[in-house]
Design a binder for this molecule. Structure first.
Ligand code: AMP
Length: 430
């Protein structure tokens, strides 16, 4: 498949070619070059590809191409392609992209997901759809209410299948599969291909072709990366310091566990910082509210687990914080890809405890770049204290920070703020 260098090498119709041109896509990404010809040939597919690799177009384009070759039934548009996605955010994102790709060919695309009122979704569905993008729970509800039928299905995509399994969707998926017409072409996309994915593939794919692309293992150059050597017990305090002294705008903070997400959020709030938490134990309603507030810019700091922040797509996010380093180095690239988008400058800050230095090395190996590990910015008498681990500055009360909820101050480089004489009390000390 290496001979696919241009979209014109792919058997896509003129309408799709000009849509791609209009979108500014110059050439296929590796997953598109590999997957599109196979899907057009009618193969089932087991694809290992992460978000950001262009995977949506790699299934949506060939499906749209093939659907456009056969006319939909004139009286009613039966669902002929279904994309299952783990989260509302991803369902919306995939639905929007698919609609864009299929617009010139008159494709009807509908996204349905839980956590919001169902009436509007039902109203749209009654007018029919060629391609349905759905989260498993809401889809199953609507199938059981007989609002949706999968009797005319020709294509089924399991997108981010590993996440769907992580989120416990195996049962609804199994039930949905029972309603899905056969024969059909089934495509499974997953960031990782572990045993559970193999089992899923064995069950639902027919002699699949396997394709794999490397994760985006180079980080965008406009992202500045910093790492601070911090004791685990000082992390929340250092974070609060960086946010306030650096006069940060919005930041997304990645924390390893749900419990720690809550602890960090509580600490930041106590420090007068506008912060909120999202993780799997929050209700869907709370998650949607928080994400909405963050996307609209009302909320300054969102503290999240990787799973909860998945699919969160923000145009311009100045800071991403690895409060805990991920133990899978690819997750680092994925996390920091949330900043420095669309040519804007962004900063990725990692707080690295002694126990996490090994993770940092692995990340550096993946991105083939050294991330300088700096001493924590505790400043005394205008000079760095060499190591937060060996020298603890005397405790001193800091003045309460100013809260400015409506308008965030302009972002400043915190190199320029390091002349501040700040001595940090520590947090979470046992
Ligand atoms: P995805 O991995 O599907 O979430 O896509 C990531 C981003 O890449 C989306 O913003 C797409 O619009 C964009 N994209 C997908 N394919 C291409 C391409 N061939 N050229 C340029 N951008 C693309």
């Amino acid at each position: 498949m290496s001979d696919v260098a241009f979209f014109s090498d792919l058997a896509l119709c003129p309408e799709l070619q000009s849509t791609l041109q209009m979108l500014g896509y110059k050439k296929p990404t590796p997953i598109q070059a590999k997957a599109i010809p196979l899907v057009l040939r009618g193969e089932d597919l087991l694809a290992e590809a992460q978000t950001g690799t262009g995977k949506t177009a790699s299934f949506a384009l060939p499906i749209i191409e093939m659907l456009s070759k056969t006319a939909p039934s004139p009286e009613y548009r039966h669902v002929r392609a279904l994309v299952l996605a783990p989260t509302r955010e991803l369902a919306i994102q995939v639905g929007d992209s698919t609609l864009e790709y299929g617009q010139a060919l008159g494709m009807r695309v509908i996204s349905i997901y839980g956590g919001v009122r169902v009436d509007n979704q039902i109203r749209k569905l009654k007018r029919g759809a060629d391609i349905l993008v759905a989260t498993p729970g809401r889809l199953l509800d609507l199938i059981q209410q007989k609002v949706i039928s999968l009797a005319h299905l020709e294509f089924l995509v399991l997108d981010e299948a590993d996440r769907m399994l992580d989120l416990g969707f195996i049962e609804p998926i199994q039930k949905i599969m029972e309603y899905a017409a056969e024969p059909r072409q089934t495509l499974l996309f997953s960031a990782t291909a572990d045993e559970s994915i193999e089992v899923l593939a064995d069950f639902y794919l027919n002699n699949p072709k396997k394709v794999k692309v490397n994760p985006r293992n180079s980080t965008a150059s406009q992202i500045k990366q910093f790492a601070y050597a911090v004791d685990n017990s000082d992390k929340a305090d250092v974070l609060s310091y960086l946010i306030k002294e650096g006069k940060w705008g919005q930041a997304l903070v990645f924390v390893r566990t749900k419990k720690r997400v809550d602890e960090v959020t509580d600490y930041l709030k106590k420090e007068g910082i506008d912060a909120a938490a999202i993780h799997g134990d929050k209700t869907q309603r709370e998650r949607i509210r928080m994400l909405g507030e963050f996307i609209s810019g009302e909320l300054q700091i969102l503290v999240a687990t990787d799973v909860a922040a998945r699919g969160l797509d923000i145009e311009s996010l100045p800071h991403v914080v690895n409060y805990d380093l991920p133990n899978v180095p690819e997750a680092y690239v994925h996390r920091i890809g949330r900043t420095g988008r669309a040519g804007e400058k962004g900063e990725a800050i990692s707080l690295v405890s002694p126990a996490e230095r090994e993770f940092l090395k692995r990340i550096e190996g993946l991105i083939k770049q050294k991330i300088k590990l700096r001493p924590v910015p505790y400043i005394e008498n205008g000079a760095f204290i060499e190591s937060s681990e060996s020298l603890r500055p005397p405790k001193k009360k800091r003045s309460k920070p100013q809260r400015n909820k409506d308008k965030y101050p302009p972002q400043e480089k915190y190199e320029s703020t390091l002349s501040v004489k700040a001595v940090r009390p520590s947090l979470f000390k046992k």
